[in-house]
Design a protein around this ligand. Structure first.
Ligand code: MN
Length: 735
């Protein structure tokens, strides 16, 4: 396409176009791309001219077309922004720079598979992608023309996509279908949207594409004959009412047929409504007259009647839609004025002032405003990247429903929105406390999908709260983000409570008083060491399992040595017995010194584990002792040695002191009952400050008894006996 034909095309709608500027840009881009070729083998510059031509089809201003001609100059040639600005002015340089920036975002839009979403890297990557994407969308909202140039660029790239590698093809086609086509739809540029969709669909689903295309071809003659018949009949009906309309058949684009099949689950053989008719008339009044004429002559489907003239779509689209029944066969008909038709095809570009490079009409500005509003709404959600893109598509792409409040205020929601979406649309608190609704006077559950014209009264309950079970019924990004936010806050509160409970229980096991420790400066120090701001954050981390309550308690009591690195006292068994309890390694291996650890105080009969220390022999713990480090390769099997009776001779049996903890109700005589029970086993109570307490979670450090037993077996018997006493709630051994 030559410069001359481009300029004459522009002059058809803009006689005052800046021809000299266009010529300079054309030649500049031509020489900048000199020698470069497209993958198709054509000179690179043809792509620039094609892009400009698409922009001229949309009747855009001179600056936009100039920027279209030069849109790849900054990225692909040595020219700088400064040079461009000096030569062609700030306005054009800004546009080219904007397009270049968008081109730098490589958007990952593929649906994540379960295996790939789980890795941390993948999630981080997607998070970053979503962030980039948000920025991209907001950047386009600053100057509409940037996205219009990008759409034209993308359209021509899609037309020449087959020359790229198949991997690149797939990525670009996906990005087109998921991002650029929805944006074109939101801006109402049907002409570009339908071409982008069909081209992307062809590359992504070649089999389905071919099937539908074939189907359309097969029945072409039949369809055309039918169309001609209907066109004639409709014209006659309209002429009776003095309307001389432009009536023609229209073929739906392939992707829209595919979507309809998907939505309704229709097989190929049953697709019937491939035919649609369009009636173009002079003005609004004629639209309604024409509708009346059709409904007078044919039966129609009342549920499919839409008045987009009275309630234009957010992208500015206006038309009357009706489905008439011709011998029982449904025929979709659109009725619109010529002006509406221009908007339907070109969207925001139909409202463009090629003089000012801005949308000038009120309608154009409102399309632009709604686009910006949607971007801002979506930007506020904190969804996963996948969810984010899904919301984006829904909000930008779907049709809308119009519903009314009881007072008659009009609300716009994306099609498929439910009662719960509406509740959040009114107010966050209305959403949180929503329990259902009255739709058109009858009771409806929160999951009810709203229809055009529904009058909705939300029912709330003072103590109502959101439920995760709502999420499948939520369609809008706003409602989703508000519900998730509520749960995030609640989860934090729950984790905080749980963390406190864990810590209290762990303190009790170590005979520490929760009252003394939960608010202690020492605990705050621990939180600070973990780089947390305050105690609440520490509790939350413990509650969520990110920190171990045991470890925190260990840090709180430095008097108890942590492990091998610190000196661990060996149990003093010599007091009453001739020797330490005998223990041996499995298979009788001798690794030197064996030490019974005081931390968990193992006694014969206990399940024990050996831990091979670094240079200090083997230390023996009770199985499950928290001080055994998680180093499986250092754990050894150990067994108690059976002492033969002959060896013992007439010596009294060895005895071992064990600390036990008794929780019981505060009834009179409790202590007496416990001591009597213990005495039955001829077991000595060595020491104990026993203060029965009903406060289960908060025992004091002194609530224990130390008893002398001959081994684990006897200990268990004694503990069972105490447990059987009335009023005793729990008997535990100090770990
Ligand atoms: Mn390009």
């Amino acid at each position: 396409m030559s410069l001359k034909s481009l300029i004459s095309q522009i002059q058809t709608y803009d006689p005052d176009a800046e021809v000299e500027l266009l010529e300079r840009c054309y030649r500049f881009a031509q020489s900048a791309h000199k020698g470069q070729r497209r993958k198709s083998g054509q000179p690179y510059f043809t792509h620039c001219v094609k892009t400009a031509k698409i922009l001229a089809e949309l009747r855009l201003d001179t600056h936009t077309i100039c920027a279209g001609l030069m849109h790849d100059v900054l990225e692909d040639t040595g020219v700088t922004r400064e040079e461009m600005q000096v030569r062609f002015g700030t306005n054009i340089a800004n546009l080219v720079e904007g397009v270049t920036k968008i081109g730098q975002y490589k958007l990952s839009v593929s649906t994540p598979t379960p295996t790939t979403t789980n890795t941390v890297e993948e999630r981080v990557y997607r998070q970053r992608q979503a962030e980039t994407y948000r920025k991209l969308l907001l950047a386009t909202a600053e100057d509409m023309r940037v996205i219009l140039i990008k759409l034209a660029d993308r359209l021509h790239n899609m037309e020449t996509l087959k020359f790229l590698s198949s991997e690149k093809c797939q990525r670009i086609a996906k990005e087109t279908l998921e991002i650029y086509a929805p944006i074109a739809h939101r801006l109402g540029i049907w002409r570009i949207m339908s071409r982008l969709e069909d081209l992307a669909f062809k590359h992504l689903y070649p089999v389905e594409y071919r099937k539908i295309a074939q189907l359309l071809n097969q029945k072409l003659a039949e369809r055309e004959a039918y169309c001609d018949k209907m066109v004639k009949q409709i014209r006659q009906e309209l002429e009776k009412r003095n309307i001389f309309a432009d009536v023609h058949g229209r073929t739906k684009h392939i992707y829209s047929i595919y979507q309809k099949m998907q939505q309704k689950g229709t097989p190929f053989s049953e697709i019937r409504d491939l035919v649609g008719l369009r009636i173009l008339v002079k003005n609004d009044a004629e639209c309604y007259t024409a509708l009346g004429a059709l409904h007078h002559k044919w039966n129609y489907h009342p549920n499919r009647l839409r008045d987009w003239i009275g309630q234009p779509k957010k992208n500015g689209y206006q038309s009357l839609h009706t489905t008439i029944l011709d011998d029982g066969k449904p025929v979709e008909i659109q009725i619109r004025s010529y002006q509406m038709h221009k908007v339907a095809e070109d969207g925001i570009a139909a409202h463009w002032s090629y003089k000012e490079g801005l949308p000038t009409s009120k309608q154009g500005r409102s399309i632009f405003a709604s686009y910006k509003q949607i971007l801002e709404d979506i930007q506020e959600t904190q969804d996963s990247p996948h969810q984010f893109i899904a919301s984006m598509k829904l909000e930008l792409f779907q049709d809308e429903v119009y519903v009314f409040s009881p007072k008659g205020d009009l609300f716009t929601l994306p099609a498929g929105a439910t009662v719960i979406d509406f509740a959040y649309k009114i107010h966050t608190d209305v959403g949180h406390t929503c329990v259902g609704a009255e739709v058109n006077g009858s009771v409806a559950p929160i999951r009810r999908v709203l229809q055009n014209g529904d009058q909705v009264r939300i029912r709330t309950q003072t103590n109502g709260k959101p439920s995760r079970s709502w999420l499948p019924y939520v369609k809008t990004a706003t409602a989703r983000s508000k519900i998730k936010h509520w749960f995030r806050e609640k989860d934090i509160a729950d984790a905080l409570e749980l963390g406190k409970k864990f810590l209290t229980a762990e303190l009790r096991v170590s005979y520490l008083n929760a009252r003394d420790y939960l608010n202690s400066p020492k605990l705050l120090d621990i939180a600070k060491q973990l780089k947390l701001k305050n105690l609440d954050e520490l509790f939350v981390r413990i509650g969520n399992g990110n920190e171990s309550a045991t470890q925190v308690v260990n840090l709180l009591k430095p008097e108890v040595p942590k492990h091998e690195t610190e000196t661990v006292e060996e149990v003093e068994c010599t007091q009453k017995t001739a020797s330490a309890p005998a223990i041996q390694l499995e298979n009788d291996i001798d690794l030197g010194m064996m030490r019974i650890m005081k931390c968990c105080n193992p006694i014969p009969g206990d399940q024990v584990v050996g831990y091979l220390t670094r240079g200090r022999g083997v230390s023996v713990h009770r199985a499950g002792c928290i001080r055994i480090l998680d180093e499986p390769e250092r754990l050894l099997s150990v067994n108690w040695l059976e002492k033969s009776s002959s060896e013992n001779g007439n010596h009294p049996p060895d005895i071992y002191p064990v600390k036990i903890f008794v929780e019981c109700s505060d009834r009179p005589g409790m202590l007496g009952a416990i001591t009597t029970a213990i005495a039955k086993y001829k077991v000595n109570i060595r020491s104990g400050t026993f203060q029965p307490s009903t406060e289960r979670l908060d025992p004091t450090a002194s609530d224990y008894l130390t008893i002398d037993v001959t081994g684990a077996e006897q200990l268990e018997e004694v503990m069972q006996a105490i447990r059987r006493l009335k009023g005793v709630e729990r008997v535990t051994r100090k770990f």
